[in-house]
Design a protein around this ligand. Structure first.
Ligand code: RFL
Ligand code: PHB
Length: 392
């Protein structure tokens, strides 16, 4: 097989890049190691920045998002049994965010690609990228029991945090910055309408809790748990009781309970792989950077990476210029480090520190109080949460 851009990974980054390249007349092939059913069911993100929504619209991939997505005007912060609403349009001059599940974005993009897009091979696992510094890199992959090769002009690794693409960077040519937080999230999907219209970020001495939703019928809820927590220790009743404790404010508030349809534990970590390009191999999305989900930034960063990449390949295709491809890594990393900082700030402010003392707890409360008392501090949070502009 031969193509211009070989894309490894059929998650949101790989699929959106393929859609944008196809529309720009640049040919590509997507290799995805899992089955279609698996990628369409993987429960993950839900909160989309305005720029992400706009990118999906510009790719003509937002028909269902525009009817089923839920526009949100803000979030609620809960601490010390108080509720504080942050009004994003007021704080940012009109910006909002949208709840639409990653599973649905993936379903929409897969359907479009299989109907009229470039080739998308499921159960095609990339084993290695060879010759990234030659003019003709090759992806070796396994498909239908056979080892095959995809000869490319460029390769983009959109293969997530456990992918193969980053392994083709020689150790001397890259550096990985990593931080592991001393806690994880236990996430559930429950078949019960959300308990209120807002996303709630709750700080509690027993640990953080987040209320989100998958409209119209599902709630998505998360609990801070210690690293190494097993699901066997968390029967559904214990999860609901703990969520109740952490969200409780007053008699007006009740958490609706319902059947739990999915449950998983995710460790909180930050990781940045620098640079994001080696020769003719580029990384995008989780393959290059991971942020803890407290800032809801991972999918949004993946989308902004591939928007830049699509512009860069379109420019190359139009007039042979590699100007944007040459600037790709530096441009993306500026945004990545800002999102990493914001996600880290939110994470440290909202989670109970397992080895923290009374002073640390007071500091967290002082940070929360500053946001709720100062319009300037609230506007800073809102600007980051709704998404910083693309660095172009
Ligand atoms: P993905 O989605 O991991 O896709 C990578 C794809 O590559 C495939 N793959 C391979 N294919 C071929 N050959 C190989 N050798 C391969 N190795 C891997 C995989 O099967 C997969 O299909 O990465 P991508 O596309 O970069 O997308 C990133 C997002 O998935 C991720 O950043 C978000 O889910 C993060 N995230 C959130 N982001 C937001 O912007 N807003 C949110 O509200 C939000 N909430 C979350 C989140 C992530 C969470 N978890 C579970 C980590 C909530 C949670 C709990
Ligand atoms: C989600 O809806 O899954 C979600 C929302 C906000 C976050 C993380 C996850 O910060």
């Amino acid at each position: 097989m031969r193509t211009t851009v070989g894309i490894i990974g059929g998650g949101p980054a790989g699929l959106l890049l393929a859609r944008l390249l196809h529309r720009a007349g640049v040919d590509c092939v997507v290799l995805e190691s899992r089955t279609r059913q698996y990628v369409q069911r993987r429960q993950r993100a839900g909160m989309l920045e305005q720029g992400t929504v706009d990118a999906l619209r510009a790719a003509d991939a937002a028909a269902r998002l525009d009817t089923e997505g839920l526009v949100h005007d803000g979030i609620e912060l809960r601490f010390e049994r108080e509720r504080h609403h942050l009004d994003f349009p007021v704080l940012t001059g009109g910006r909002t965010v949208t709840i639409y599940a990653q599973t649905e974005i993936v379903k929409d993009l897969v359907a479009l690609q299989l109907t009229d897009g470039p080739p998308l091979l499921f159960e095609a696992e990339a084993l290695a990228v060879e010759g990234p510094q030659s003019g003709a890199p090759v992806v070796r992959f396994r498909h239908e029991g056979r080892e095959r090769t995809l000869a490319c002009e460029w390769v983009v690794g959109c293969d997530g945090s456990h992918g193969a693409a980053a392994d083709a960077f020689p150790a001397a040519a890259c550096r990985t910055y990593r931080h592991d937080y001393p806690y994880s999230w236990l996430g559930i999907l429950a078949e019960v309408p959300p308990s209120c219209d807002e996303l709630i970020y709750a700080h509690h001495a027993r640990g953080f809790a987040l209320h989100s939703m998958r409209p119209p019928r599902f709630s998505r809820l998360y609990l801070q748990v210690p690293n190494g927590t097993g699901l066997e220790d968390w029967p559904d009743d214990r999860i609901w009781d703990e969520l109740d404790t952490r969200f409780t404010v007053d008699a007006d508030w009740t958490l609706r309970r319902g059947p739990v349809t999915a449950k998983s534990v995710t460790p909180m970590r930050s990781l940045v792989h620098e640079p994001m390009r080696h020769g003719r191999l580029l990384l995008a999305g989780d393959a290059a950077h991971i942020v803890p989900p407290t800032g809801a930034k991972g999918l949004n960063l993946a989308v902004s990476d591939v928007r830049l990449l699509a512009m860069a390949f379109t420019e190359l295709h139009a007039d042979g210029s590699t100007r944007l491809l040459d600037g790709y890594s530096d441009l993306c990393l500026q945004r990545v480090w800002q999102a990493t900082r914001f996600s880290d700030d939110m994470t440290r402010m909202l989670h109970a520190q397992p080895d923290g003392d009374a002073f640390d707890h007071r500091m967290q409360l002082a940070r929360l109080r500053r946001i709720t008392a100062s319009r300037h501090a609230a506007a800073e949070l809102a600007a980051n949460y709704t998404g910083l502009p693309l660095p172009l």
